[in-house]
Design a protein around this ligand. Sequence first.
Ligand SMILES: NC(=O)c1ccc[n+]([C@@H]2O[C@H](COP(=O)([O-])OP(=O)(O)OC[C@H]3O[C@@H](n4cnc5c(N)ncnc54)[C@H](O)[C@@H]3O)[C@@H](O)[C@H]2O)c1
Length: 356
Amino acid sequence: MKDRYRVVVVGMGKRGMHHASAFQANPRFEIAGICDKDESRLDAASAKLGVTAKSTDARELAGSIRPDVFCFCTLPNLRMPMIRIGVECGAQLIAMEKPVALTSSEGMQVRDLLAASGVKAVVSHQHRYGAHYRKAHEVIASGALGKIHTVYGTASGWMMHMLSHLIDYTRWFNAEAEAEWVMAQASGRGKLTDVHPSPDYIAGVVHYANGVHGVYECGAGAPDVPEVDYWWRKARMGAQGPDGFAEVLTGNGWRAVTRSGAWSGEGCMNYDLDMPPYIQQMADWLDDPSRVHECNFDSAYKGFEIMMAFCRSVANGGQIALPLTSGADEIELLRSSVPDRKAVLAMAASAKEYAS
Ligand SMILES: NC(=O)c1ccc[n+]([C@@H]2O[C@H](COP(=O)([O-])OP(=O)(O)OC[C@H]3O[C@@H](n4cnc5c(N)ncnc54)[C@H](O)[C@@H]3O)[C@@H](O)[C@H]2O)c1
């Protein structure tokens, strides 16, 4: 156990800066170096963070610093090369952003390299630290809803941004039960060329081994969450049992109805509140291998696999059994199968994102 773990952060965009600031604010970590391929962004980050060890070359920086934690927050097109750098520089833990990858082929390579190297890894599904997410989870885990039969999640944002979150938190609500099969449909090609490539709308069902069904909708056809104003936070996740339901709205609190009454409370997704516990759990896991991080890679990979199976169901039809046994390029599968028809919107507020 070290007093302080040394960290390299790669990608000084929005999420890289969130990570760097949160590592800096935690006395168990120090930023040993930062990297961005964009020099002006790197210089601005260096001035803001007061970190002088910097480079536009992640491999060179990580190789010279040999950090305890290699954190990268690049866009989703860059995963395997960064994981390789993290493993090769000798890091004990790699912290990455969601989604795990853009295709199951790459996701499986990432999984296999991490497993072979023994390096710990975490994926940033940090919304779960929000007080409203914790409260919904607490009610569900208390048994007050009876035996859960359904979990659900909807979000106005598109798949590669949001589905990873919806599945991760509802798997948590469902005690991380294994998924056995999925079936899904999709429409709208506008976002297939986005940096988070996705159908404009995807909807699917997951059958979990404990009998629970997960029902998910992401994108243009997802329902409004009228209690939330901010479009990106129009996301609803919950669980139902015979005795009631509990749910969280990303941008506006939680609520539960059980046999004993109805409750609700406040809460809004907030990076400043969600990042510190996410970062602290990295120190806890590095200190003590039995204190496994809630956002550990193995768990995130299972959610990722569900998302990739949705894409395969869209492309190939029918139910897709899990776990996936061989890799594929799901984005190419979507590009060759999603019909060339505009997605039909569920709310006018989505027109600005799904116009094409
Ligand atoms: N967990 C969350 O709540 C959440 C929220 C938003 C975004 N994200 C995810 O975070 C990731 C990053 O998103 P963002 O919004 O911060 O993106 P961004 O575009 O703001 O930042 C990415 C940065 O990576 C840099 N970069 C790209 N390639 C590089 C390379 N080879 N070497 C060094 N630097 C490189 C870019 O120059 C850029 O500064 C995405 O995967 C996204 O899905 C997660």
